[in-house]
Design a protein around this ligand. Structure first.
Ligand code: SAH
Length: 215
């Protein structure tokens, strides 16, 4: 399936961009990427009318597509300039992955549910994004064969930051990851690897699905 011809309704897209900017997203690269990726491709046809609303939506397999404002804020926190190699944990439907592909040089994305990975792969190919590679597996282990990464983004929440992910960051690299229990809001952390260790800051509170082991 080809998605290149799909253009969002300008009014709905403009409203989505207002919501993204309202949370402080002002990085031109991130804003341009989000304007160029039609979110409607990533949800079922029945949800098309809601695709540009600033909310999470179901994507099957008990998983969700993140709200546009969260995707924008997390992408911006990676400080991408177009030269980076990025790892995503939790491909889901592939929306965040598509936005990353437009902001970074290469994207590697891991998803534990094969059915979701397949759909994401088809959409990314259909959009003509050829700088993305996906695989099915446990993203808590990272992608050692492709490490190190300039940026790592985790789109599911665990109780801690997996050590393998920390180890796969370059010095100066950034990781954005929600940490906390289900049933309560999780802390969205930005972790920067330094020569001496890791600097951490809390960006805000979020609600993500759980980071689980491979099935
Ligand atoms: N990035 C998506 C969000 C997907 S929801 C977006 O653009 O909206 C989070 C995804 O993380 C789910 O698809 C879930 O199956 C996946 N996931 C959870 N634990 C995982 C793990 N250990 N490894 C890889 N993927 C995982």
């Amino acid at each position: 399936m080809q998605y290149r011809h799909i253009k969002p309704d300008p009014y709905r897209l403009a409203r989505m961009m207002v919501a993204v900017k309202a949370v402080g997203v002002d990085d031109a690269r991130v804003l341009a990427a989000m304007e160029a990726v039609p979110r409607e491709i990533f949800v079922s046809p029945a949800l098309k009318n809601e695709a540009y609303m600033d909310k999470t939506l179901p994507i099957g397999f008990e998983q969700t597509i993140s709200a546009p404002s969260v995707v924008g804020a997390m992408t911006q926190a990676l400080s991408l300039t177009g030269t980076e190699k990025v790892l995503e944990v939790g491909t889901g439907c592939g929306y965040q992955c598509a936005v990353l592909a437009k902001c970074a040089k290469r994207v590697f994305s891991v998803e534990r549910i094969a059915g979701l990975a397949k759909g994401a792969e088809e959409r990314l190919r259909g959009m003509g994004l050829h700088n993305v590679v996906t695989k099915v597996g446990d993203g808590r282990l990272g992608w050692p064969e492709q490490a190190p990464f300039d940026g790592i983004i985790v789109t599911a929440a665990g109780l801690d930051v997996p050590a393998s992910l920390r180890e796969q960051l370059v010095v100066g690299g950034r990781m954005v990851i929600p940490v906390g229990a289900q049933g309560q809001r999780q802390k969205l952390l930005r972790i920067v690897r330094t020569e001496a260790g890791f600097d951490e800051e809390v960006l805000g509170l979020v609600d993500f699905v759980p980071l689980l082991g491979a099935s």
